[in-house]
Design a protein around this ligand. Structure first.
Ligand code: ADP
Ligand code: MG
Length: 619
């Protein structure tokens, strides 16, 4: 028998390797755009024809390549970005595997034009099926243009596998947006079959988001920004009212690289909880920067998700940051910015691709490494940053996200650990000397330096109690006032089961109940602020509310109990309050972690700014 093992010819080996990197036109778009970003371009134009099947071309004004580099760039494992394995752990550019151009050249016809600033002529190279057909000097501006034509012309099986043009174009737009979103200081355009689809002038992140996602967000973005020495987060979330019924406008970037993470998505959704309808999706564009050493680097191109060294910290950090931001927007409304009118008229702005993109969540992209722009400021600012521990304290045990479980039990309204300066500011500002006013036995008017606030007493009290109860379960039980004449209460069999389950938690919350056989309980004690004589009704109402929540699977039993009790015990609208009662309500409210909404997301107060009032009166 003859020996049967043979080495594959280079072009076949490249074609096989290309299968992992270039699956569809959009994969080439991603690689070419990233190369242009890495080359330091400030202007990047993407041109596609026939949804990228006929042509994908990226033209940049970056640093360009020398004649030799231009030729080398198509070799497999040819990269200027890493030299040794150690580099992998500090990588700061978008690409580094050195496979993209080699792969593209293996499965398409490629034309490269490139010129370095320092050289007078550029280089033109034509490659088909990994074979150089032509190489010559040309005159051109500094930068690089790479055109990929007739993708898979030499691999018919793969070409047939491509989807319809609208579907492939959607993938391209997705990749384009992901890169354009993370580099607002670079001009990007996308032209499809001769028509300009996107024209994104350089600007701020906020402007970029509006350019891409549409003008309806322009005054509806809430700024998220927290810095610690462990990690930074910045970006925007849409105000709750902009949440949509379909997922879509949700972007996470880690070190400027788009990632998909159900885990982080869950963290953000948790922060929005009870501010938006259950089946709706808020917009977010969030950037997380952290030391690449805190990430598990996986260089395999099909890996979908990023791994953090400490997922729990990242989860809690993201959730807290978004909660902070949301809590603040009602206090300090975001100022709208002017959008360049020429930009507004473009189709891309007036008719964003969002509708189309909604259906394409399945498409995903993979960024395994980390880019430099934000890394740089992350490291520079280090000395001024607060320690991350100041920001992050572990969540109560039963509510901490589980690393083993990609979708942890919701910890909806776990208060953020440190108070935003704004809240304490608000509280301090509520002028001690000015008396509080109650109106309609429901609203409390409190004057502060900036104007005045109107507090809804019932909503506010619900928030206060809710947070107090969380603390109670976390080890600061509420004092029980023992009844002198313990009452008994009889319940329906179904309620007995429910109540028995709740007894241990209820004890922490100030209710001492004992089963007394035959569907009967004895009320031995209740919290001090439950009126004596009313204990029975209080418990019955709480149970009623608890059962009302029961169908709601997303809440744990505890969460339902806390919410029911807070709802039940809160002082109601219509009750007259003394000056002292109002004062302590206001104080308690502003020492809450999330003072501006009830556990269910209703506002607790509204602020009226003096300058706004002045404006209303033409002053
Ligand atoms: P990688 O980006 O992983 O290094 P690629 O195959 O994408 O690998 O590119 C190979 C090399 O070609 C890059 O390292 C870079 O030096 C060079 N290169 C590619 N595209 C450009 C470009 N648009 N401008 C300048 N240099 C480029
Ligand atoms: Mg690359």
């Amino acid at each position: 028998m003859p020996d049967i093992i043979q080495l594959l010819p280079d072009n076949i080996a490249n074609q096989i390797a290309a299968g992992e990197v270039i699956q569809r036109p959009a994969s080439a778009v991603k690689e070419l755009l990233e190369n242009a970003v890495d080359a330091g371009a400030t202007q990047i134009k993407l041109v596609v024809n026939d949804a990228g099947k006929a042509l994908v071309q990226v033209i940049d004004n970056g640093k360009g390549m020398s004649e030799t580099d231009a030729r080398m760039s198509f070799e497999r494992h040819a990269t200027s970005k890493i030299r040794n394995i150690e580099d992998l752990f500090h990588i700061k550019t978008m690409g580094f595997r050195g496979e993209a151009l080699a792969s593209i050249a293996a499965v398409a016809q490629v034309e490269l034009r490139s010129k370095k600033e320092s050289e007078t002529t550029g280089t033109y190279i034509e490659i088909d099926n990994s074979v150089v057909k032509k190489q010559e000097a040309i005159a051109m501006e500094t930068g690089t243009s790479i055109a990929m034509k007739n993708l898979f012309f030499n691999v018919p099986a793969r070409r047939n596998f491509l989807k319809s043009n609208p579907s492939e174009l959607r993938h391209i737009v997705d990749e384009f947006i992901r890169v354009a979103m993370s580099f607002p200081d670079i001009f990007f355009s996308l032209t499809s079959n001769g028509q300009q689809v996107f024209h994104l002038e350089r600007g701020t992140l906020k402007q970029r988001i509006v350019q891409i996602l549409g003008n309806n967000y322009s005054s509806k973005l809430v700024n998220v920004q927290e810095q610690t020495d462990y990690m930074n987060i910045y970006g925007f979330v849409g105000k709750p009212e902009t949440a949509k019924k379909t997922r879509g406008d949700q972007y996470f970037f880690v070190n400027n690289r788009f990632i998909k993470s159900a885990y982080l998505n869950h963290a953000v959704m948790g922060a929005f909880d009870s501010m938006i309808a259950k089946d709706s999706f808020p917009m977010y564009t969030l950037f997380i920067d952290l030391d690449p050493a805190q990430l598990d680097i996986n260089v395999h191109p099909t890996k979908q998700e990023i791994k953090f060294e400490d997922e729990k910290i990242v989860y809690a950090f993201v959730q807290s940051a978004v909660k902070h931001a949301l809590a603040q927007f009602s206090i300090s409304p975001t100022l709208d910015f002017e959008l360049d009118s020429t930009i507004q008229q473009l189709d891309a702005v007036s008719k964003p691709f969002t509708e189309e993109r909604k259906s394409s969540v399945a498409s995903s992209s993979l960024y395994n490494t980390f880019s430099q722009k934000n890394q740089a400021h992350f490291i520079e600012n280090k000395s001024e940053l607060k320690h991350w521990r100041d920001f992050y304290e572990p969540l109560p045990k039963e509510q901490s996200p589980q690393t083993s479980d990609p979708l942890p039990a919701p910890n909806q309204s776990t208060p953020v650990s440190n108070h935003s300066p704004l809240y304490s500011e608000m509280c301090r500002q509520v002028q001690e000397e000015t008396p509080l006013q109650q109106m309609h036995c429901t609203y409390i008017l409190a004057q502060n330096d900036a104007g005045f606030i109107v507090i809804h007493q019932q909503n506010a009290h619900e928030r206060i109690l809710y947070e107090r109860f969380i603390k109670a379960l976390d080890g600061k039980p509420i004092a029980i006032q023992q009844s002198l004449f313990p009452q008994t209460m009889e319940l329906a069999a179904g309620d007995v089961v429910v109540l028995k389950e709740l007894l241990p938690d209820l004890h922490y919350l100030g209710y001492h109940l004992e089963p007394f056989g035959n569907n009967t309980f004895v009320i031995q004690g209740t919290p001090a602020d439950v009126d004596q004589g009313n204990e029975k009704t209080a418990i019955e109402k709480m149970l009623e509310q608890y059962k009302h929540f029961s169908s709601d699977l997303k809440y744990s039993k505890r969460e339902k109990l806390l919410r029911s009790l807070a709802w039940q015990q809160a002082i109601k609208a219509g009750r007259a309050l003394s000056q002292k009662e109002m004062r302590s309500l206001v104080q308690d409210l502003f020492t809450c972690s999330l003072p501006n909404i009830t556990p269910n997301g209703k506002p607790t107060y509204t602020a009226f700014k003096k300058y706004e009032l002045d404006r209303m009166f033409g002053r």
